[in-house]
Design a protein around this ligand. Structure first.
Ligand SMILES: [Fe+2]
Length: 262
């Protein structure tokens, strides 16, 4: 069991020489599933979506994915309100299903990005509790890995502050843990992290964040993607970071204790 998470590719502001390197590296890792946690484009432009679509066409593994806050027509307020995800769906809907289920994993995407909001900062995440409940119930009965993913973090290092202040995030996170979800994957922060959350019954869910896979906006960390693999009853997070030659290499391994213990 091995899956990869790629996030915040930001086509339109990508590092061009990393595109081939990322596709090659994903082929070498040969995961059972690739989870794409949003921000595929920089400004939601058609040519950016087309570049993202060409990239996903190259990949061999099954994909699931959802848009991030950049994947709406960024500077077109009317479109952001009326049809925020029309371009995303047209270009990428066929490449990125919102759900994948096989004997080993049930993965489902949670909507956290909004085209427009009633607050000033539209880049922030928002979770509807009914959506969180729905995805949690969908994966709850599965015997393998129960995976939920969304663009915005609902648990973050240092708490849901700054760019991580996702409305409804904390309640959604508690709900996922209580429903027996094993893993929640997010992007948006361009920062790798792995935080466990355990409820009173002892159930634990791991909340894992990814770096930006291709973007020049690296916020202090190199471009990277995550590999999550099984190691007995436990999981391991391998951070595949681009080195100075533009090659993705395993830069760090973090234990995900008990991830596969059920
Ligand atoms: Fe984002």
């Amino acid at each position: 069991m091995k899956l990869t998470q790629i996030s915040d590719l930001h086509f339109g502001a990508e590092e061009p020489e990393l595109v081939d390197a990322l596709a090659d590296s994903l082929d070498q890792v040969s995961p059972d599933l690739i989870v794409v946690t949003g921000d595929l484009t920089q400004f939601g432009r058609r040519r950016e979506f087309d570049a993202a679509a060409r990239f996903f066409e190259r990949l061999k593994a099954p994909l699931v994915g959802a848009p991030g806050n950049h994947d709406t027509p960024y500077l077109n307020i009317a479109a952001r309100i009326a049809t925020p995800w029309a371009r995303y769906r047209r270009a990428l809907g066929g490449h990125l299903p919102t759900q994948h289920k096989d004997a080993r994993v049930h993965a489902i995407m949670l909507d956290t990005a909004r085209g427009a909001q009633s607050r000033l900062d539209w880049s922030l995440g928002k979770v509807r509790l009914k959506d969180a409940l729905k995805v949690a119930q969908s994966v709850a009965g599965h015997d393998g890995l129960r995976l939920v993913a969304g663009h915005h973090p609902i648990v973050a290092p240092g708490g849901l502050r700054g760019r991580a202040r996702t409305t409804g995030g904390a309640r959604a996170a508690d709900l996922l843990v209580d429903a027996g979800v094993d893993l929640y994957l997010s992007g948006h922060l361009h920062q790798v992290f792995a935080e466990p959350l355990t409820n009173d019954d002892g159930s634990t869910c791991w909340f894992v964040g990814a770096g930006t896979a291709l973007s020049r906006r690296t916020r202090g960390e190199p471009a990277s993607f995550n590999v999550i693999e099984r190691d007995g009853d436990h999981g391991a997070l391998l951070v595949m970071a681009a080195d100075e030659r533009g090659v993705f290499e395993c830069a760090e391994t973090r234990p995900l204790e008990g991830l596969f213990s059920r």
